[in-house]
Design a protein around this ligand. Structure first.
Ligand code: ADP
Ligand code: ASP
Ligand code: MG
Length: 823
């Protein structure tokens, strides 16, 4: 049973360890391997650096470490005698360590040997504490039996000698154990001794896992348990992927691949010794011992998941060896790999084009400089003659691996992988897939690592739910309602549709706030007030910088400035849903460019609510055109505001009053002149005409208005003041109309020439509609659209319903968002 740093790092966890171990010890002999208290190894290194640099503050850091251990002992050992004994042995170690640090401080020198001696104290201390705490615990000295040898300046395990020594040490432990009823051996992990010089060494950072595996293998243990701070081996690093979850079973091969590519939960060399002995590994959580954890073994029950997990290595450098002389030349690869091996540099990824004139190899950033240097030296002659180029070195990259043994039976995995990355705007710099097909690994720009992991986790259905990340701009009538609708639907969508709507950004005219973990919608107004001051460019840059996967920008403003951001967002693979009509009705070329960019990037630009709020008008026109129909005529009442006004107007309700009511009841735009001037209807007609496949600009639309032009100049206050002057004239005309049993309707029309549909005309006009016409009875603020097409000719298609209002518009925006989620 190996317990990691966090498992021995706090009073709570170490008491849990005690219970876990003592329960197990009741069933049979147990060997416990412990790490240093979490963070101590890092602290020992950092403090030694301070001492070396002559910084006397190292003493404070040192005493803080002493305190931490003392406090731990005080809290967990009740028995006075035991506690005093333990303090003695721990303080003895600290005294030695204090002298070593002082030496480093005085002579300003920190050799590797000294550093190795210093870091060994972490595990030595923790093993003393655990041995004293556990009933029948007996500490064993790992340096007596874990032996390393020096190869190319690196400490590597002397397997044969170690095996022999472990067996011997534990044979005598068993004798002692039976004699003195000591059943639990406690071993410090990580540390070792050089077989020749007998100096203290170690197995590398994270090496306690390895210590445990070596002992398990040598003693033919029944099982190796790795106790850590997560519920087992997970589909991805839970610190990066919030929705990662525990894998029940993994094969040794799968676990090895995932660990080699950075799954830190198990130190990579750990698996091999137990794998060849066919000893299963169980990964368990000290903080949640009831959780079954992960079982790693030879053959696993066939679950049909093609991909089991994803892991990654951050600091990757790609070194590319290129040159024409490489084509068909035998031995270039041999020279590359021998050269690197001689220098002790390990290569974790290789990709070679079949033309053979370039080989790319992935190494860790810290090895990059040395790797380039030795390769340049090796190929110096070829480089000089120009047959080869100097090594091309690209740093700041990350390597990602997707792993699963079932991959080989499942076609299309690579296709899905690259398709998913492409749609998210992530380019793959190099890739490799072994013929064993348990792993596809590839290199991306380091800045795209988090995003890559997220989209892949999502698309391979490793996640229990799909995530859509949403930015909402504007929290007025529509935006506020939309947030409310999302808030109430979140739970349902998560449970029934496996979709998580994650609102990662909210903005209004004063502030904006971004949070990739999702903003709490119960509290968003307060959170927003604490956000950044509103600034369009700043917001745009921050959103782009977030580089978050599967994201959509939702514009619920009427702002021209916000509409200018769409192009940038689409170019960065962020879909756009606009309730704002400005972009779709702007000049034709910009409109086309937005659509084209969305198409090129594999994202969406949607604006269904630009016309008829929640009514399915744009979508219907798109569907008709896509299936080969031709729109010949559009006749529509597209202004809920104007329809409301002309329905409200009556003998006792003058025109000016109807405008006021429209504004009060939030049917009109914040500035009602946008409605009265026909601008709003013109925008909508332009959008519909364009969707129907015609190229039109706002200026092309003929206008027949009912409020004189002078009313649209000057301030909004002037406008309200002057408006009643129109009342008398309206009342006179209204009386005539009433007598003729007609009604005013503000109608938008697009009409194509029957014989030559490329010729068409658009207009908006206040029309007098007779009784019996479909437009006559249109109630309240409703909208209506009549579509005459080649297929709907004699009886046009009719779409009718609420054309304004917060709830239906927000629902229309919501529907657009859902269409992007594509569940
Ligand atoms: P310990 O101190 O117990 O050895 P480590 O910090 O070395 O613990 O390893 C556990 C950590 O590994 C987890 O807290 C988690 O953040 C990280 N990790 C990375 N990838 C994975 C993965 N695929 N499954 C589980 N944990 C992972
Ligand atoms: N304490 C060592 C480290 O932090 C070894 C380990 O925890 O496994 O690297
Ligand atoms: Mg570890």
């Amino acid at each position: 049973m190996k317990f990691g740093g966090t498992s021995v790092g706090s009073v709570k966890s170490i008491l849990s360890l005690k219970e876990i171990v003592e329960t197990e010890a009741g069933r049979g002999p147990v060997v416990v391997v412990v790490s240093a208290l979490n963070g101590i190894t890092d602290k020992l290194i950092a403090t030694s650096e301070m001492a070396k640099n002559g910084d006397s503050h190292y003493r404070d850091e040192f005493e803080a470490m002493v305190n931490r251990h003392h406090q731990m002992i005080d809290a967990i050992i009740q028995d006075d005698k035991k506690r005093v004994d333990l303090f003695n042995s721990v303080d003895q170690l600290f005294d030695q360590l204090r002298s070593i640090y002082y030496g480093v401080f005085l002579i300003h020198d920190l050799s590797e040997k000294t550093q190795d001696a210093i870091v060994s104290y972490g595990e030595r201390l923790s093993s003393h504490i655990v041995a004293a705490m556990i009933k029948n615990g007996m500490r064993m000295n790992a340096r007596d039996f874990i032996r390393t040898e020096n190869k190319e300046g690196k400490h590597v395990l002397d397997t044969e000698l170690t095996n022999k020594l472990v067996k011997e040490a534990f044979a005598s432990f068993r004798t002692k154990a039976t004699n003195a009823s000591k059943t639990v051996a406690v071993v410090p992990g990580f540390i070792a001794r050089d077989r020749d010089s007998h100096e203290t060494t170690n197995l590398g950072r994270g090496g306690s896992d390895y210590t445990a595996a070596i002992i398990a293998a040598a003693l033919d243990a029944e099982i190796l348990e790795i106790w850590t701070d997560v519920d087992g081996f997970m589909t991805a690093d839970p610190k990066v992927i919030k929705s990662a979850y525990t894998i029940n079973e993994l094969s040794y091969v799968e676990a090895m691949e995932l660990c080699n590519f950075g799954a830190k939960v198990i130190y990579p060399p750990t698996i091999y010794p137990v794998c060849i002995k066919n000893i299963p590994i169980k990964v368990k959580n000290t903080f949640n011992p009831e959780h079954p954890g992960t079982l790693i073994k030879d053959k696993i029950e066939d679950d049909n998941k093609p991909i089991k997990g994803i892991s990654s290595i951050k600091g990757t450098t790609l070194i590319t060896v290129t040159g024409l002389s490489m084509v068909g030349v035998i031995g270039v690869n041999r020279r590359i790999f021998t050269t690197l091996a001689d220098r002790g540099i390990s290569v974790f990824m290789v990709s070679q084009a079949s033309s053979e004139n370039s080989t790319s190899i992935g190494v860790r950033d810290e090895d990059a400089e040395a790797a380039a240097e030795v390769l340049n030296a090796e190929f110096a002659k070829e480089i000089e003659t120009g047959a080869m180029y100097p090594m091309q070195v690209e740093s700041g990259l990350a390597t990602i691996a997707i792993v699963g043994e079932n991959m080989k039976q499942t076609p299309g995995i690579a296709g899905k992988l690259f398709g998913t990355l492409g749609r998210s705007g992530i380019s793959v710099i190099a890739c490799a897939q072994g013929a064993s097909e348990t792993n596809i690994s590839f290199v991306v720009d380091g800045r795209f690592l988090r995003k890559s992991l997220n989209v892949l986790h999502d698309s391979f259905f490793l996640s229990e739910y799909k995530v859509l990340n949403i930015f909402i701009c504007g929290i007025g009538t529509v935006g506020g309602m939309l947030l409310e609708q999302i808030r109430t639907q979140q739970q349902f969508l998560m449970q029934s549709r496996r979709l998580k709507l994650n609102v990662v950004g909210i903005s209004d005219v004063d502030n904006f706030v971004l949070d990739r973990d999702g903003i709490d919608l119960d509290n968003y107004e307060q959170i927003l007030r604490a956000g950044f001051a509103a600034n369009t460019e700043h917001m745009r840059d921050e959103i782009v910088k977030m580089n978050i996967f599967n994201s959509v920008f939702v514009d619920c403003t009427a702002s021209r400035q916000i509409a200018t951001l769409y192009q940038t967002f689409l170019e960065h693979n962020i879909s756009v849903v606009a309730a704002n009509k400005i972009a779709a009705s702007s000049d034709y070329d910009s409109y086309l460019k937005l659509k084209q960019t969305a198409r090129d990037r594999g994202v969406w630009f949607r604006y269904e609510t630009n016309v008829g709020a929640g009514l399915p008008i744009i979508g219907t026109i798109n569907d008709l055109c896509n299936s080969g129909d031709k729109i010949l005529k559009i006749e529509a009442i597209l202004s809920g505001t104007l329809n409301f006004i002309f329905n409200e107007i009556a003998a006792d309700v003058p025109f000016s009053e109807t405008v006021r009511r429209a504004k009060e009841q939030r049917y009109s735009e914040p500035d009602p002149r946008i409605d009265l001037s026909g601008t709003d209807v013109i925008r909508k007609l332009v959008i519909l005409t364009r969707e129907a496949g015609y190229k039109v600009e706002q200026d092309d639309v003929e206008k027949h208005l009912f409020v004189p032009d002078s009313y649209f100049q000057g301030s909004i206050d002037d406008f309200w003041a002057k408006l009643p002057e129109l009342d008398a004239d309206f009342e006179a005309r209204r009386k005539v109309l009433e007598a003729e049993n007609k009604r005013w309707r503000f109608v938008a029309t697009m009409e194509a020439d029957e014989n030559d549909p490329s010729i068409f005309k658009t207009s908006v006009a206040l029309k007098e509609v007779p009784y019996g016409h479909p437009f006559y009875g249109l109630e309240g603020s409703n909208n209506i659209v009549l579509l005459t097409t080649e297929r709907y000719k004699e009886y046009p298609m009719l779409i009718q319903g609420y054309g304004a209002g917060a709830a239906v518009t927000a629902a229309g925006v919501f529907a657009n968002i859902m269409s992007i989620a594509n569940i």
